[in-house]
Design a protein around this ligand. Structure first.
Ligand SMILES: Nc1ncnc2c1ncn2[C@@H]1O[C@H](COP(=O)(O)OP(=O)(O)OP(=O)(O)O)[C@@H](O)[C@H]1O
Ligand SMILES: [Mg+2]
Length: 437
């Protein structure tokens, strides 16, 4: 504990300093001398009467600080009204002179303990606030408002949720928010990326394995389902799950029980499932790459995260949010967002959605550079499609693109044709072919 001792009488200051040998001490003889130290100590022990003012002036100054130190006022014999004043103004305690060494120690101990609790408390609520910020969904556009109210409605149920949306639109964020809003919030949130686990290991990752169940299994392994017990299991990139595992997953979901690889014993599970994908799962079903029964099992409550280009209104708020976030993280000042830049940002195509915007803002904070941004329309050459290794159903893909393009252009066919760089007739022909006209 750092303590500031303010006493104008040199002898008394000396005496007290000796008694307070356990503290990291700063000595001051006047208000002016004490003032600059107020923000750097945990505790102030001040005399009432000071040459250039009184202890109350210091008390008030201390209380204006964001992290105010504890304050103990010393008052002279027969001036109990000063003590009352000090306590009314928020001093933590007082000592009326003359006081014994024991009184001094007891008072300071009590006040230090309370101060420590206060600091711990502030730190904890800050950490909690930061945690909440991690799942704070920014955006006030109509689409986001609808999403928020949906999240609130379903958060407190155990209903399975399927989140669809392009890459970087905030699917994982929405999943975490759902968990945080639910009564499972204090229980584990376990995420597994179904696209990132090798097929051979996927089963043991998900459901666990007994010791020796497969080569290399030197220890029994807890699967993600068990790890998420009583909490939420987030099955990310569910569209990438191999067909064999899709059947196993379906069985687990239907029966509410898992069996570790190499074991016979069934374990009951209590997990809330949230799945996410950036594929169009329905199209995957049609193409025979995703089990229809599993799709329906997961798609109890569908949530679709709209791409950023369909909710441009949210861009300014998101920019401000990320500039402040990264400035704080890197200990830098957030740069101003000029009108010209904001205009460019708002008309950008954003193929990488919110993640791309976040990266841009981080670079802006770090480099202060106004980097080139391609305006809307140049997006056409920017897309990248991940082709599935197992082959591609061209007709289904074309139909999918047509549907998406139509939706994007509000069903307006001329606009859709321009968007696809197709002639109007060529578009109509294709729509006809897929029964979309
Ligand atoms: N509405 C939002 N408000 C604040 N931050 C957001 C929002 N949407 C996304 N983000 C942030 O953008 C980044 C990408 O979001 P997230 O990881 O949830 O996307 P995703 O849809 O899961 O992407 P992918 O398909 O690539 O996995 C994260 O850092 C997330 O916190
Ligand atoms: Mg994700």
């Amino acid at each position: 504990m750092r303590m500031l001792l303010v006493e104008d009488d040199a002898d008394q200051r000396q005496l007290l300093a000796q008694l307070l040998g356990n503290y990291e001490l700063v000595l001051a003889a006047s208000v002016a001398e004490a003032q600059p130290h107020l923000g750097k100590v945990d505790l102030v022990l001040s005399d009432w009467k000071l040459g250039d003012g009184d202890g109350l002036m210091l008390l008030r100054a201390a209380q204006r600080l964001s992290q105010s130190p504890a304050f103990v006022m010393m008052t002279a014999y027969g001036t109990i009204s000063h003590a009352v004043d000090a306590m009314r103004q928020g001093a933590d305690d007082y000592l009326s002179k003359p006081f014994s060494r024991q009184e001094l120690e007891l008072t300071l101990e009590k006040v230090s303990r309370a101060q420590r609790l206060k600091t711990d408390n502030q730190r904890l609520s800050q950490a909690l606030a930061d945690q909440h910020k991690l799942t704070e969904i920014i955006g006030n556009s109509a689409a986001m408002q609808q999403l928020q109210s949906r999240l609130a409605r379903i958060s407190d149920t155990d209903a399975t949720v399927l989140i669809e949306g392009e890459s970087g639109t905030g699917k994982e964020l929405a999943a975490r928010a759902l968990h945080q809003l639910s009564r499972r919030a204090q229980k584990p949130f376990v995420a597994i990326n179904c696209g990132a686990i090798p097929e051979a290991l996927a089963e043991s990752e998900l459901f666990g394995a007994d010791k020796g169940a497969y080569t290399g299994a030197t220890q029994a392994k807890t699967g993600k389902f068990e790890a998420a017990s009583t909490g939420t299991l987030f099955l990310d990139e569910i569209g990438e799950l191999p067909l064999v595992l899709q059947s196993k997953l379906l069985r687990v979901l239907q029966e509410g029980k898992v069996t570790r690889l190499g074991e016979h014993q069934e374990r009951s599970i209590d997990v809330r499932i949230i799945a996410a994908t950036n594929r169009d799962l329905k199209a995957e079903v049609q193409a025979g790459r995703f089990r229809e029964d599993l799709f329906y099992r997961l798609n109890v409550v569908p949530l679709t995260l709209p791409p950023l280009r369909e909710r441009r209104d949210d861009i300014p708020a998101l920019c401000r949010h990320f500039l402040a976030l990264y400035a704080r993280r890197h200990g830098l000042n957030p740069p101003a967002l000029g009108h010209g830049l904001l205009e460019k940002l708002m008309s950008h195509h954003w193929p990488g959605n919110v993640r791309e915007l976040a990266n841009r803002m981080e670079r802006l904070v770090l480099l202060g550079e106004d980097m080139p941004i391609s305006p809307l329309g140049e997006g056409a050459s920017e897309f990248s499609v991940k082709l599935p290794a197992g082959g591609l159903d061209w007709e289904a893909f074309e139909r999918h693109c047509l549907e998406k393009a139509l939706a994007l252009n509000g069903g307006n066919k001329r606009q859709t044709a321009r968007y696809l760089s197709l002639g109007y007739k060529a578009l109509l022909y294709r729509l006809e072919k897929h029964g979309l006209s």
